[in-house]
Design a binder for this molecule. Structure first.
Ligand SMILES: [Zn+2]
Length: 271
């Protein structure tokens, strides 16, 4: 009996090891070698039977009430959407290599879903889609994230995702006031020969020239009838002025997707 249990245990270990395709600790190691332009804060530990993950918030710039730009950049909510994870790392290291930019503070939530990142899955270690949990806050990933960002009066929230539905780039925006910014972003991408999505339909919302506008009725539907909320719906609801969710196409080659993330981040911080 004992032997059978040991064999089963070893087999389970083998299955887990076989599924793991990336290493979270290795991927985030660079954050501990950033200069004093950055502050790294541990925000919580996520525990699964075979894995423990520490989550971090990486803050750039000097927190100051007068900062015109107080941004939140998120990557890795879905573990199998990885170009933003690579692109954001390059961007953070680039920021560290240049003169400090005054008048801006950025919180990076870099890889919110470490389990998904390591096992290349959309969901967290309990099979939950974190980007539907911005209403009930049932997962520790989202709980820690919200607890460590809710006091910030962000002027902008940008969540970097990827989609596999089609071949073009698309973004979500939630307020008519951001239409101009949405158009500016899309224009810059077009100037860089990035194809924009035109046909993809999310529930009832159709993509037009790379943009999905989420109107009031859709917000009501998602949050009050469907009882699900994404990062975009949540930060829009708490009145963050600029709320965008970006989706690079997974069908595109990796280098090009990383380039899109780089173009977006540099444009948003004005460099
Ligand atoms: Zn996603």
């Amino acid at each position: 009996m004992k032997k059978i249990i040991i064999v089963l245990f070893l087999f389970a270990q083998y299955i887990n090891a076989a599924d793991k395709v990336r290493n979270y600790d290795e991927q985030i190691n660079f954050i501990f070698y950033l200069s004093n332009k950055f502050k790294v804060t541990e925000i919580g530990t996520i525990s699964y039977p075979n894995n423990n993950y520490k989550l971090y918030k990486i803050t750039y710039g000097i927190p100051n009430k007068n900062n015109k730009k107080n941004y939140l950049f998120i990557s890795g909510v879905h573990g199998n959407e990885i170009a933003p994870i690579y692109g954001m790392k390059e961007f953070i290291q680039y920021l560290d290599s240049i003169k400090i930019i005054n008048d801006i503070k950025i919180d990076f939530i870099y890889i919110l879903n470490p389990y998904g990142f390591e096992y290349n899955v959309r969901h967290n270690g309990n099979g939950i889609d974190l980007n539907r949990d911005f209403i009930n806050f049932e997962t520790y990933e989202i709980k820690y994230f919200i607890n460590n960002t809710k006091e910030e009066k962000y002027s902008g929230m940008y969540d970097f995702h990827e989609h596999s539905a089609t071949t073009g780039f698309l973004l979500y925006y939630y307020s008519n006031k951001n239409k101009r910014l949405a158009n500016n972003i899309l224009e810059i991408l077009q100037n860089n020969n990035i194809p924009l999505e035109n046909d993809y339909v999310d529930a009832v919302l159709k993509t037009k020239n790379g943009a999905i506008f989420v109107p009031f009725y859709a917000k009501l539907y998602f949050m009050n009838i469907n009882k699900q909320a994404t990062s975009g719906l949540f930060f829009d609801k708490i009145n963050v002025k600029e709320v965008f969710v970006f989706e690079t196409p997974r069908n595109m080659e990796m280098a090009k997707r990383i380039k899109i993330v780089d173009i977006l981040l540099k444009y948003l911080v004005g460099i």
